[in-house]
Design a binder for this molecule. Structure first.
Ligand code: SF4
Ligand code: SF4
Ligand code: SF4
Length: 139
């Protein structure tokens, strides 16, 4: 069974940025949060809490994939996409197309940064704000 990242517990977020650090370290071998596929932002001051921007694991219409002119994005089982780096030209059309603004961009590597729903971030969140949901395997 495939799994997808969910952010339903964000009301408990304290803005520690552990998830961003872990994501960058695991997926990019880099501790800069600018390399993370999840972005935590404040709603406007500590009092108002935080929200997460990350891939929603679209299944029916994957706007990022549809916008990619080279076929560098392929469907991930359970929703979302996987990046074939060798086919990417760095055109950023996927960045503009994502319905929730969750395709970030690594200017150094000239590649998009997109969550692959690995779940590493969920294991390091101290308040279980992020969880993995079992979803249908469908492409
Ligand atoms: S940046 Fe890469 S993955 Fe994104 S649309 Fe362009 S070629 Fe496709
Ligand atoms: S990156 Fe954006 S458009 Fe693409 S599958 Fe995820 S949420 Fe959907
Ligand atoms: S599930 Fe993996 S790729 Fe997605 S935000 Fe978390 S650590 Fe990054």
């Amino acid at each position: 069974m495939a799994r997808a990242l969910r952010t339903d517990g964000m009301r408990k977020c304290i803005g520690c940025f552990s998830c961003m650090t872990v994501c960058a370290a695991v997926n990019k071998h880099n501790f800069s949060i600018s390399k993370s596929a999840i972005k935590i932002k404040t709603n406007g001051g500590l009092k108002h809490g935080f929200y997460a921007t990350v891939c929603h694991a679209c299944k029916d219409d994957r706007a990022c994939l549809e916008a990619c002119p080279t076929g560098a994005l392929v469907e991930r089982k359970g929703g979302g996409v996987l990046l074939n780096k060798d086919m990417c030209t760095g055109c950023k059309k996927c960045v503009d197309a994502c319905i929730v603004g969750a395709v970030f961009f690594d200017e150094e590597e000239n590649l998009p940064i997109i969550c692959k729903h690995c779940g590493s971030c969920t294991r390091f969140c101290p308040h279980q704000c992020l969880t993995m949901e079992e979803v249908d395997d469908v492409l």
